[in-house]
Structures are given as C-alpha cells and as structure tokens.
Design a protein around this ligand. Structure first.
Ligand SMILES: Cc1cc2c(cc1C)N(C[C@H](O)[C@H](O)[C@H](O)COP(=O)(O)O)c1[nH]c(=O)[nH]c(=O)c1N2
Length: 246
C-alpha cells in the first residue's frame, strides 16, 4: 500500500484556516527594485570565485531560501549535499573533463574550438560545491499533482535551485551550475543512492566581479532571444499578436 492511501489528515475547522490568513503585504518601490536587480544581475559564475570559505550560517540562509521554493504537493523532494573536500571536488572535476570531451565530440566540428575555449565550470576554484538531489519517492510513488505529470518533482527541485541562486546573489555569493557531468559519476563519487535523482551540481563562492550579461553571450556562443518572439497572447495560431519564434 502506498503512503498516500495510509495518510489520514487531521480534521481542521474553518476558523483555524481563516486565522492563518493575512494581508499580501505590498512591496515598496525600493524593495521591488531590489528583487528585479537580483533577477537581472544574477549570473552563472565559472571563474570569478574567491577562495574565502562561505560561513555555515550564510550557507544555511541560502539553503533555507532554496527550501522555501514551491514544490508539487508540497513535496519538498530536495536534499543538498554540501562538498568542501578538495579531493572530492577533484574527482568531480575529472568527471567534468570526461563529460566535456564527450560533449565536444557531439558538436558540429566548426564549433568545437569555440566550445573548448569557454570556461564551463568552477568546481575547483569555488570553495563550496553543492549537489542538489530529488527524492522521487518522498511522498510515495505518485502524490498530489504528480499523477499526470510525474516529472514535477524534478521541476520543483529546479525551482529550489533558482531560489538558491537568487538568494546567493544578494549575499554576494556566486553560483555556477555544471551539468557536463554523468549522473553515474556523481552518484559514485558522492555515494548517492540509486533511488535518488541528481538534479544540479553547483559551484558556490564569494565573488567580487561579475559579467553584466551572460558569459555565453559575451563570448558569442548564444544571445538573449527577444521576449516578443516568445510570448503568445491568447494561444498559438489564433489571436496571436506576436510573431512565432525562430
Ligand atoms: C540546467 C542548467 C544547466 C547548466 C546551466 C544552466 C542551467 C539552468 N549553465 C548556466 C548557463 O550557461 C547560463 O545560465 C546561461 O548561459 C545564461 O547566463 P546567466 O545565468 O544569465 O549568467 C551552465 N553553465 C556552464 O558553464 N556549464 C554548465 O554545465 C551549465 N549547465
């Protein structure tokens, strides 16, 4: 029998629910500006990490922001594996080099040189690495909101990563997401059990300098798509006021 069928909620009174309601307090102009500044100036950091350790208290503040992300059925499927050990980071870096070499071979030949010259990780330079995982069975086999869209547990975990990324930005801490890694390599290096999914491997550390635009844009790998090509008023094909994306 699955966990869902055995779980019986405590009864609750309407007044008890009402007491939990409060005003959706508005943000003043400065607070709004601060939130947008965090969003627009958040960067994927690869090379700008300072060696200074990130104090545990600050790290826990950032992880608590991650832990306040939305999650399907309030599943909170994430775990955060914090890695400071240089030998472990060294093993992950070796795995990255293998991943990068495989990825390079999969690119069109004329792009390989450009790819090789990109900096795509800060595993050794960042004093802290965090592997964010997803326990897909935390609420049993399925769970509220996941019977029709089973991957929403993974998507929830990605929401946690974004919260972490933004909270880090306002704390002066840079984050770089490295996905050029085989899940099986991370699993064996970090001792992650088979039933736990690996969602993100993050490099984390203080930064003093940052790119104003995405590094991949600065280095001419890709550029930001115009928003007008991505938004469709109403729906595809009918009553669209915007052009189709390329
Ligand atoms: C799921 C996922 C996976 C990766 C990334 C991001 C995300 C969301 N990014 C970072 C990515 O390149 C970056 O976000 C974009 O280039 C946009 O730049 P800013 O994040 O705005 O600086 C990334 N960057 C990198 O150098 N190596 C990598 O392996 C990855 N992998």
């Amino acid at each position: 029998m699955s966990d869902e069928t055995t779980f019986i909620p405590r009864p609750y009174a309407a007044a008890e629910i009402e007491a939990e309601m409060g005003p959706a307090a508005p943000f003043d102009a400065a607070e709004r500006a601060a939130v947008y500044r965090a969003i627009y100036t958040r960067r994927d950091v690869r090379n700008e990490f300072l060696p200074d350790d990130v104090p545990q208290e600050l790290l826990m503040r950032i992880l608590d922001a991650a832990h306040h992300a939305p999650s399907v059925g309030f599943m909170q499927p994430w775990n955060f594996v914090v890695i400071r050990d240089a030998a472990v980071r060294g093993a992950v870096h070796e795995a990255f080099l293998r991943g990068m070499s495989t990825e390079e071979q999969m690119l069109a030949p004329e792009r390989r040189g450009h790819y090789r010259n990109l900096k795509l990780e800060g595993i050794l330079k960042a004093p802290v690495n965090i592997c964010v995982t997803c326990d897909r069975r935390r609420h049993g086999e399925t769970g509220l909101g996941r019977t029709q869209q089973p991957n929403t547990d993974l998507l929830s975990t990605a929401c946690a990563v974004q919260n972490l990324w933004l909270a880090a930005r306002v704390e002066g801490v840079g984050v770089g997401w490295v996905s050029i890694l085989q899940e099986s390599d991370l699993r064996s290096i970090l001792g992650i059990p088979e039933e736990i999914a690996v969602v993100a491997y993050l490099c984390v550390g203080f930064v003093e300098r940052a790119y104003r635009k995405p590094e991949l844009e600065v280095k001419r790998w890709a550029s930001r798509l115009p928003l007008e090509t991505l938004v469709f008023a109403d729906q595809w094909g009918r009553a669209c006021t915007f052009t189709k994306p390329p």
